[in-house]
Design a protein around this ligand. Structure first.
Ligand SMILES: [Zn+2]
Length: 363
């Protein structure tokens, strides 16, 4: 048994839609053939030469990494350059490469949710600016007796979610009129006769990544031969919040929190900037390079921000904003979420006879 690269990518697009990535973040299939058959997959943080060697050694046909290999278009592929070397090695062994980057940072259960869980936060909520979220409004005209079935169909395909409410819809009654032509098979009315039908106009919100499945579900649930519906792109875009903020198991001084996080992350070198005597109850987390989220952490009333790596100016900004900044290591803050990605892929691929390996220990 096996899966194809396309099927694995389809699953990854379900749990971390590419539309959730930041602009110009090259997520998805970077190298390879979507029709290729896959029996063994390696999941890792980076597509570095060591990981590529590991994938070759395990005879994998697919490598899934958090960080993309090709960030900017390559003008050359030189085998004496680290990126070119990895490209050459993957191509030579016919190993496909998929990157799941900022779309996995923001995804439910992704990098930042996993990090929040690892450090023991409760009452976790999203915070901080993230990638723009394009949404659509779908309006469909349906007979009154089919309103619930059409709403259910669309809701089950991902329409109508507003905050913590699902199946959100609005409907208004009206009259639809039409005249079936020769060859038509109308649900209501007769060929050649003008019909006036009592209908409902149903409106629901649809995120961009669910638009096609929602339209298909709506058509399946609708009784008409020809369904009248409109899709409007919404002008005001929402945002996916990148970070997570929550409550620590107990209040800690910044210096105690440093030791606590060092133990949780398995990194004795966690650094702390800001007032060491500050009492921290609420902690914000952003895996990777999240120093720029200090203003958002302050707005979210976080006492401290944990991220992977910071720039020098963040260290004094932490003092100025009175938000303690903890630098936990880029790999240390993203590896747990990368492992979670491997776990999710394993759940999906093991029943299909595909083996999933995780390269996590050797950062
Ligand atoms: Zn990263």
């Amino acid at each position: 048994m096996a899966a194809t690269v396309r099927e694995v990518l389809g699953y990854l697009n379900e749990i971390a839609p590419p539309q959730w990535a930041f602009p110009n973040d090259p997520v998805g299939l970077q190298i390879g053939d979507s029709n290729q058959s896959v029996e063994r997959v390696l999941v890792a943080l980076d597509p570095d030469p060591r990981t590529v060697t590991n994938a070759r050694y395990r005879q994998c046909q697919l490598l899934v990494t958090h960080h993309p290999l090709i960030f900017r278009p390559l003008s050359t592929v030189r085998f004496d350059d680290p990126v070119g070397m990895a490209v050459q090695s993957l191509c030579e062994a016919k190993i496909a490469l998929i990157a799941v980057h900022t779309n996995w940072d923001v995804a439910p259960g992704g990098i930042n949710d996993t990090l929040a869980e690892l450090v023991g936060l409760s009452e976790v909520r999203p915070f901080g600016e993230g990638p723009a979220r394009q949404e659509y409004k779908i309006a469909v005209f349906t007979p009154i007796e089919h309103v619930d079935a059409v709403i259910d169909g669309m809701a089950n395909a991902g329409a109508g979610v507003i905050g913590l409410y699902r199946r959100c819809a609005f409907y208004t009654a009206g009259t639809g009129t039409y005249e079936p032509m020769e060859g038509a098979n109308p649900y209501l009315g007769q060929v050649g006769k003008r019909e006036h039908a009592e209908e409902m106009r149903i409106e629901m919100l649809v995120p961009a990544e669910r638009l096609t499945p929602v339209v298909h579900a709506m058509l399946r649930a609708h009784p008409y031969e020809e369904v009248a519906y409109d899709v409007y792109a919404l002008h005001i875009q929402g945002q996916h919040a990148l970070g997570r903020v929550g409550t620590l198991p107990k209040p800690m001084l910044a210096s105690e929190l440093r030791d606590y996080l060092a133990e949780k992350l398995g990194n004795p070198y966690v650094r702390v900037y800001g007032k060491p005597s500050k009492l921290i109850r609420t902690l914000a987390v952003v895996g990777g390079s999240g120093g720029d989220y200090l203003p958002d952490a302050q707005i979210a009333h976080a006492d401290a921000l944990l991220t992977g790596e910071v720039r020098h100016h963040h260290t004094w900004e932490a003092w100025a904003r009175d938000v303690v900044l903890l630098e936990g290591g880029h790999a240390e803050t993203e590896m747990p979420g990368t492992q979670r990605l491997a776990d999710r892929l394993r759940e999906y691929l093991t029943p299909r006879g595909v083996e999933v390996f995780f390269a996590g220990g050797e950062t």
